[in-house]
Design a protein around this ligand. Structure first.
Ligand code: SAH
Length: 274
């Protein structure tokens, strides 16, 4: 009876226990009334602060046109599916923002070392608050580190990871700087698996609130079609000895594809042929 039981409870409760009115009673019964464990479980189940603004609309990170579809939640679920399949012990969240994915990663008991990195101090501060790190039990808190840094520069602290998530980040980089990002992640850090998500521009035609020809968020520097993203990802994989597969995220439209595109890069071990 320990952390593993807490993790099991959280896994089994996923999707219903977070919102269950008898959550405390259920956790207490399941964990045989061991107070520290119950507290730990309840801390992790705590409703996300600011995930809605009181009107039931998701946090600001979800850009306005995407909001009715809760695309951000769908993206995170898709990334967590990849995490569940790979069971990484050391995980990076690059461009972690305010830490929504980090919160989900903390629930994966196999993820013993989690590192969230962002260039924006303010986002890291928000992540720290939202995750309530100082209220987590020490063993949980020790699994997570937040790091200030830029993906445009080589960073030794990013080496040796099993999986890196780069969720809705590349479209925030100026196109001439993409090459620097590619080097940082694929030439230097070289996680075994890299998951990259980005909007599919073709799908924009289906957002009623988005004027034709505009992007989903004012800070987006570009949005790619499926063909553009695939060409980029395939070139990148080829150049750095990764294999890449693609998966759409969200409802797939026959003409326009899905709202979000995801590429999963897997490092090809030396000596292995493609
Ligand atoms: N991954 C998060 C945040 C996406 S928003 C999520 O899915 O919610 C894009 C994030 O990338 C922002 O938090 C921004 O600060 C970060 N970012 C932009 N340029 C960056 C850079 N050069 N290095 C690291 N992070 C960067």
């Amino acid at each position: 009876m320990g952390d593993a039981e807490v993790a099991k409870l959280l896994r089994r409760g996923e999707g219903w226990l977070e919102a269950h009115p008898e959550q405390a009673w259920i956790a207490s019964r399941y964990l045989k009334r061991r107070r520290p464990l119950v507290r730990q479980a309840l801390a992790q189940l705590a409703p996300e602060e600011d995930s809605t603004d009181g009107n039931g609309t998701p946090e600001a990170k979800e850009s306005a046109p995407e909001r009715p579809m809760r695309l951000h939640d769908q993206r995170l679920a898709a990334v967590m599916q990849v995490v569940a399949e790979h069971k990484p012990e050391r995980v990076l969240d690059l461009g972690c923002g305010e830490g929504k994915l980090l919160r989900l990663l903390l629930r994966e008991s196999t993820a013993a070392h989690i590192l969230g990195m962002d260039v924006a101090h303010r986002s890291l501060e928000r992540a720290k608050e939202r995750l309530q790190l100082d209220r987590l039990p020490e063993r949980q808190r020790d699994r997570l580190r937040l790091l200030h840094g830029s993906l445009l520069y080589r960073d030794a602290r990013l080496g040796g990871f099993d999986l890196a998530a780069v969720v809705e980040v590349i479209e925030h980089l100026d196109p001439p700087r993409l090459a620097a990002f590619e080097r940082t992640v694929f030439a230097y850090a070289r996680p075994k698996t890299v998951v990259v998500t980005t909007p599919n521009r073709e799908y924009n035609a289906l957002f009623p609130s988005l004027p034709a020809g505009t992007m989903r968020h004012p800070d987006h520097r570009f949005e790619w079609t499926r063909a553009e993203f695939q060409a980029w990802a395939e070139g990148l994989a080829e150049a750095h000895s990764y294999a890449v597969t693609f998966s759409p995220i969200g409802p797939v439209d026959a003409t326009h594809g899905a709202p979000t595109q995801m590429a999963i890069f897997t490092q090809i071990a030396e000596g292995q042929t493609r």
